[in-house]
Structure formats: C-alpha cells, structure tokens
Ligand binder design. Structure first.
Ligand code: PSV
Ligand code: MN
Ligand code: MN
Length: 424
C-alpha cells in the first residue's frame, strides 16, 4: 500500500493552520455552508481507465514510466486517486482494453479500494486481432449487415462484462462517419445506426442506461454519423427511456454554447452525463478547467438549476466521468487536477444566489444577472473543496502530497520503467 492514513495525516498536519485560516475567512460569507460541504462530499467523478497511461497522438506516443500494465494496476491507480481526493470512487472501463477475466476478483479488489464501476465503453473504432470484418468503413452504420452484426455483438459482450462487475450503463462512441462528400448516404447511415442501437438497447438490462455520445469530427473530417447533440437526442428519443445523450465537452465545434445544450437536454430529461475535459480547438482532451474554467462553471450553473428543478440527486442522477488523454503530464497528477477543477466549478455554481438570479432574469436586469454569476465564479473556493475533502479523510492538497511523497517513483519501483498502459 503506497498511501496510508499516516502519510495523509502527516501531510494534513503540515498544512492545517493555513487551511483553517483560509476556510474560516471564506466560510464567514457563505449562508448555506453545510449544504455546500455535504454536496461536495457526495460528489464522485469516474476515472476513465484509458487516462491512466500517457495518451498517444497520431504522431507518437511517449509512454511514462510506472504505468499500469493490467486491470488490477489500473484499479490500484484509481484507488490511489480516491485515497488522495475522496472524489474518484469509480472507474469507467473500456473493452477490450480492460477485460475482467476474473470478475469476482476484480470486484473484490475494487471494493477494497472503495471503487465502483461506472459506464462500460465499447470499442468499434479499432480492429482487433482475429476479428472477422474490418471497421475501416464504420461499425454500427456500416453498409454491410455482417459488420453491423459484429459491432452489435461486441456491444452485447461489453454489457455482459459490465453486468459481471456491477456497472449500470453502456457508453457508445462511434468513429463512424465519412471524409469525402458522396462517400455516405447520410439517411441510410443514420438508419443503420439506429437499427443497430435498437438491437443493443434490446439487450440492455432494465436498470441500465445507454449513453449515446456525439462528436463533431475526427477521425472523419466531412461527416460524423452521430455528429452533434441533435443527432444523439434523436437517437435517444427513438430508442426509449433508457437511452440518453452523453456530452463530451471536447466534441463540439468551436464556441458552441455547451451550457445551453446541457440545459435543454436536462429539460427533456435526456441528459445522461458527461465526459469532462477541456479544449482550445477540438477534442483536445486537456485537463478539465485548464482552458475555459468559466464555461465549466456555467455548465454547472445550468446543471444545478435543471437538476434541482427535477428534484434530481446531484451525486447519482447523472454519469460524471472524465475523458482525458494527453502525453505531457503525469496522468495521475493530471486526473487530480481535473477532479479538483470540476469540484471548484461545482462549488462556485453552488454559491450562486438562485432566487436573486431568477428575479434579475424576470426583470431583465442583465447587469445584476452578470454580477451574480461572476461574483460566484470569482470566489476562491479552494478552501471549501479542501475542507470537504479533509472531512472525508482525504488530503488537503492531493497534488502536493503526490509529488512530495514521490508516488510515481514508488510506482516505477513496483512496475518498472518501460510500461505501456492499454488505451488511446
Ligand atoms: C474519442 O474522441 C474519444 O475520446 C471519445 O470521446 C470516447 O469517449 C473516448 O475516445 C473513448 O472511447
Ligand atoms: Mn468521450
Ligand atoms: Mn473524445
């Protein structure tokens, strides 16, 4: 066990005085402090298994040392994150990168680390050895019914793996699309996708959700068959009550108003959840909140508004997941930073005076509305997030603890230098 309570306590004792000063100063102005702290403590964000290793680009991959070499080690990495921040109590697996050959053993290990299994992800964007048909020209939308069947069967297999671990959702992201005008019949591609998803939906257990992810472009550069939230929502509506739209923040065309999309999907009760990340240009998969923190805050502002309206549980009403992959930072530190940024945005949005905002909107008081949002966004809530973590036994500053205790070096000592985690 790389991290024990003693190490965390020692770290916290060092930082406690400063933290208490900051927290007391901040909390004196907050009316609903206990409510916010409770919400922050309940909030869990799933870690994608594919973000635990250094991500590749199409130009190269620079693997980090001490990366997890198997599913057990991936769980241990998430266990480490969770021990540090108490907010990473779930993992999202990707099949076939993460096949649980002995599901009971995997479940037991996850249980001992306090880790649950979030949505399972299928992969019909890469060909696997020994597979009969290629996905070069798509999977669920393919013109050849045999390819579609192979892709449907794979998704059913993924559901079965998920069932064996206690997952409750399947996420489908398709690379299906076209790169040249004329290559595809859009309507037929969409109808084939719908028919394939209907078959998958048919195999979905009663208490499961199907998350339909969309993406504007890449790997195809002319059309994506599920290219935007409209197309995803269309599919989700046609599929039925267990199907939802999944919003990956990096999957929009530049400057899309994601907070508005989120608010309308919530209104329609069709928002399934998120893949959090950030981007400057497109699907850049950067650390959440590293480029557009105000956007992240505005998304949470809409989420709280819409979820409270429907009486939804903030902690478990949606799939809260990260989807990140890049090749510069230590992946574990990057994930700690992402979770922190998400919690900061959530805490800031919880500060918004909703009654006053409603009043400002009703009276067309634009200045007041802007002041209310920006007041909340400009509040430094880091001590609030740290206090919530401290009360749960986590570290006041997870990144600092990770670095000071040289956790990566310990992982390298255990796993070696030349390690490559399966993933993107
Ligand atoms: C590819 O864009 C992608 O990042 C999608 O967002 C998926 O969710 C993820 O890969 C894993 O399949
Ligand atoms: Mn995604
Ligand atoms: Mn993506």
């Amino acid at each position: 066990m790389i991290l024990n309570k003693q190490v965390v306590d020692q770290h916290n004792n060092q930082l406690l005085d400063k933290h208490k000063r900051n927290f007391t100063h901040l909390s004196s102005d907050i009316t609903h402090l206990d409510y916010i702290l409770e919400k922050l403590q309940q909030f869990q964000i799933a870690i994608p298994s594919w973000a635990l290793g250094t991500g590749g680009t199409r130009f190269g991959r620079f693997s980090g040392a001490g990366e997890p070499g198997n599913l057990e080690q991936k769980l241990e990495d998430v266990g480490l994150l969770h021990a540090l921040n108490k907010s990473s109590g779930a993992i999202s697996l990707h099949i076939p990168w993460d096949i649980p050959t002995d599901a009971d053993k995997i479940k037991q290990l996850a249980g001992s680390l306090g880790i649950a299994f979030d949505a399972v992800n299928s992969n019909t964007f890469q060909d696997q050895p020994h597979q009969a048909y290629s996905y070069k020209h798509g999977s669920l939308h393919h013109v050849d019914p045999r390819v579609r069947k192979q892709a449907v069967d794979h998704n059913i297999e993924v559901i079965n793996y998920g069932k064996s671990l206690g997952s409750k959702a399947l996420t489908v992201w398709l690379a299906d699309g076209s790169s040249f005008p004329g290559q595809l019949n859009f309507r037929e591609a969409f109808q084939n996708t719908l028919a394939s998803l209907q078959e998958i939906y048919h195999h979905l257990p009663e208490d499961w959700k199907l998350f339909v992810e969309y993406k504007a472009f890449e790997p195809h550069f002319y059309s994506t068959t599920i290219g935007d939230w409209g197309q995803s929502l269309l599919l989700a509506n046609k599929l039925g009550p267990k199907a939802y739209t999944l919003v990956d923040l990096g999957h929009h065309l530049p400057n899309a108003n994601i907070e508005q999309i989120v608010s309308l999907l919530l209104m329609e009760k069709k928002l399934g959840g998120f893949h959090f990340n950030d981007s400057k240009y497109a699907d850049d998969d950067l650390t959440a909140g590293s480029i557009k923190p105000y956007q992240l805050f505005l998304i949470f502002n809409e989420l709280i508004d819409g979820m409270d309206l429907h009486g939804m549980d903030h902690a478990s009403g949606l799939g809260w997941m990260i989807d990140a992959s890049h090749n510069l930072k230590d992946p574990l530190i990057d994930l700690l930073q992402s979770v922190e940024a998400i919690k900061i945005a959530y805490a800031q949005a919880l500060l918004v005076d909703r009654e006053a905002l409603k009043k400002a909107q009703q009276s067309n008081d634009i200045v007041k509305a802007q002041e209310l949002l920006q007041d909340a966004f400009r509040t430094d809530v880091r001590a609030l997030v740290a206090e919530a973590r401290l009360r749960m036994g986590g570290a006041i500053d997870p990144v600092q603890l990770f670095q000071e205790n040289e956790i990566r070096s310990q992982l390298i000592a255990e796993r070696g230098v030349n390690t490559v985690a399966t993933g993107l």
